[in-house]
Design a protein around this ligand. Sequence first.
Ligand SMILES: Nc1ncnc2c1ncn2[C@@H]1O[C@H](COP(=O)(O)OP(=O)(O)O)[C@@H](O)[C@H]1O
Ligand SMILES: [Mg+2]
Length: 339
Amino acid sequence: MEGSDSEESFASLEEPLDPTLENVLDQTALKWIFVGGKGGVGKTTTSCCLAILLASVREKVLLISTDPAHNLSDAFQQKFSGEPEQVNGFDNLYAMEVDASGNSSLGGPTSGGDPLGMGESLDFLNDMASSIPGIDEAMSFGEVMKEVEQMDYSVVVFDTAPTGHTLRLLQLPQVFDKALDKFAGANGILGNLMGPLSMFMGGGGDQQDGLLAKVEELRRMVHRVKEQFSDPDLTTFVCVCIPEFLSLYETERLIQDLAEYEIDSHNIVINQVLFGEHCCQSTCLLHARVKMQEKYISQYEDLYEDFHLVKTPLLAEEVRGIEKLKAFAKNLTKPYRPS
Ligand SMILES: Nc1ncnc2c1ncn2[C@@H]1O[C@H](COP(=O)(O)OP(=O)(O)O)[C@@H](O)[C@H]1O
Ligand SMILES: [Mg+2]
């Protein structure tokens, strides 16, 4: 990058990055791929298409919806559940819809109102832990990650909930860590309470040790999750948006927050783009929309020079069913050209 080549290097640096998601397919060490953005912009469509493409280059792919308003089943026109199920027509593509809000059975004994998995014996401590904001979600998410880690998927695509919700989910390792420090750290509530309390309950040191071990196990899990998420070789976040002001605004917020949480992101899919090929006259509604979109697309291009900006066309019909998803997926590897 220095000396006599520098002019050439600079020239190549100025060229826009490849406007496709090929780079994600090429990054074979990637393990966690988040797909997120505002509601209704095409997160599910993009994550299904990306998962289909990954299934042709990676050994075994899992697509997980963490959006409470699941629509994987709708996109694939196949019913999915809280357990991974093979997607019809694929040997190595699986999908599941989980509830990461803390109310799911997937969270097992550590979800919902029993975050420490201590059963009824320590109800009051569980109640206390449950009252820490976000802890239920953290537990459920950690639990999902733990289960997924035990399975042999080479890569997992998360079809996430609209922006705010997802960011909270990604922030949870930190929230959880802070809560645990308060709760179980050297001068935490747990340490101060457990001595006199276990004597009172006649549980002795065993119960205290059991609880502390459980808390420690959760802390380790949260750290593992955080470590993996902040490693750009393992994790990346694909932002999906549309060429409109609100979506541009949310994308900018999302990208800043991702940087703050140290989560890699270098791909933006601009969906529902009107390429103007069907436009008939300068007074028609379509023409006005094309002009409006062009304005926002050029703003995306100015703001995100160092991102792969992938433009996908607005189709006349919804993208539902495997054949339509497969056809739409081509737009993620080859720039769409109006015919
Ligand atoms: N480029 C597109 N052209 C036509 N319909 C689309 C396009 N992208 C998404 N859709 C449709 O719009 C609806 C919302 O898309 P979806 O991917 O479910 O959004 P999200 O997951 O962000 O809420 C779905 O019915 C989908 O089939
Ligand atoms: Mg969706």
